[in-house]
Ligand binder design. Structure first.
Ligand SMILES: [Zn+2]
Length: 416
């Protein structure tokens, strides 16, 4: 009887897990060759709710990535072929269900000292343990601070790295990551930057001279944990609304809020929240941007995917007066990654490369907090989209660090 109950429970839990995730989708790639084809893809993005555009630019000859439910594949292919495009399958078996293989399970480590952050995606608690460990071991240069909390009350914590702890330091580089839950490579990269600065000081001494680094490695831990454990493609935070859960915290900043690139439907991936700064995760980033805004010279926000380095404006196609400085910093990053890993990052204004989207943290950093250089880095993806195979983590992290290192040096050269 007990065994029967157990089996029944097990069966029910399998069904419940089945209900929370989406099976049977495929990842397609298509490269538009004309403005008309670019426009058609955007029309599909706006009007076809079953398609999820993971990568979509306004540019000709740039690959778009689209998640297509298996039942919609033939319509999708017909539509594109009618418009002269030939979609190709990148991955025939996408599922948002949690089906980790043995080798992908979360960090197995005997002690936090032996954890290798380049081998797995970390749970939120493990990240915190790791940060605390670094804070203890390198207490001469590392300070851990709790700067707020998420909707579900998870503490949001920054790592401050500075060699001049007691002297006033005017020059700060602020990095945040993981405001979008499913972009797993972003917090992994932020953690890798911390690790390089703290544990490999010998290689990176030049990055710590006269500069303080403040890094918030995970802005949206509620969404991130939900994405790791329940639904891989979850993007928003976990603030319940009337009909659905979650707002896009990166559409929630109070600068041209809700004007462009958002949806007023609560259930949409780009719902900007009921009002500006309604979301605690966005408020924490605001506080960081404003509290240190006279010393921050460079704000870098990490996202994925597509390999872009972008600067404001996001809310419109036009560029701010100071775009050339930001462009020079971004180009230093893309050149370094070309040299070290032979990869191509596209550089430009966010509203120009992607579609206009307002209420993002980078626009707010430049326009309101008046931080001179604000950049978005869209890290790489692979045939799994937002969740590259763990075997690719190390090269992707090294690639990103080579770009971030070059951008930091360029900023120091310009500003210090
Ligand atoms: Zn993002």
């Amino acid at each position: 009887m007990i065994r029967l109950k157990f089996l029944l429970l097990h069966f029910v839990s399998i069904i419940m897990i089945g209900l929370t995730c989406e099976r049977n989708a495929a990842l397609y790639s298509v490269t538009p060759k004309s403005q008309e084809q670019v426009r058609y893809l955007r029309t599909l993005d706006l009007n076809n709710g079953s398609l999820d555009f993971w990568v979509l630019t306004t540019l000709i000859n740039y690959e778009a990535h689209i998640k297509v439910p298996v039942n919609d594949v033939s319509n999708f292919r017909d539509d594109l072929e009618q418009h002269g495009m030939q979609p190709t399958v990148v991955n025939p078996n996408l599922t948002s269900c949690i089906n980790y293989t043995r080798s992908e399970r979360f960090a197995r480590y005997n002690s936090i000292e032996s954890l290798d952050i380049t081998k797995t995606y970390l749970r939120y608690n493990t990240m915190n343990q790791y940060i605390d460990y670094l804070g203890r071991k390198y207490s001469d240069i590392v300070t851990i601070s709790t700067v707020g909390s998420s909707y579900e009350n998870r503490p949001l914590r920054t790592v401050t790295i500075s060699q001049q702890r007691n002297s006033f330091n005017r020059h700060t580089i602020l990095i945040d990551a993981g405001i979008h839950a499913r972009e797993w490579l972003a917090p992994a990269t932020a953690l890798y930057v911390i690790d390089q600065l703290v544990q490999h000081t010998d290689r990176n001494r030049d990055l710590l001279e006269n500069v303080t680094w403040v890094i918030l490695p995970l802005v949206n831990p509620d969404g991130y944990e939900y994405s790791l454990m329940k639904d891989k493609y979850w993007r928003k935070n976990r603030h319940p609304l009337r009909h659905c859960v979650g707002s896009d915290a990166n559409r929630n900043f109070d600068f041209h809020w809700a004007e462009k690139g958002v949806s007023r439907h609560e259930c949409s991936q780009t719902y900007p929240g009921p009002k500006p700064f309604s979301e605690s995760e966005a408020r924490v980033v605001r506080r960081l941007l404003l509290s240190k805004n006279d010393s921050i010279m460079f704000y870098l926000t990490l996202h994925s995917y597509g390999r872009y380095l972008m600067y404001p404006w996001g809310y419109r196609k036009g560029l701010p007066q100071t775009w050339r400085t930001m462009d020079a910093v971004a180009r230093a990053g893309s050149a370094a990654m070309k040299q070290s890993h032979n990869v191509n990052y596209k550089v430009g204004g966010a509203g120009k490369i992607l579609y206009e989207a307002s209420g993002g943290s980078d626009d707010y950093a430049l326009a309101v907090a008046q931080i001179p250089i604000a950049l978005i880095m869209e890290l790489p993806g692979d045939e799994r989209g937002f969740h590259p195979a763990v075997s690719k983590l190390q090269p992707f992290l090294e690639e990103a660090f080579s770009g971030i290192r070059a951008m930091a040096l360029k900023v120091m050269q310009i500003m210090v």
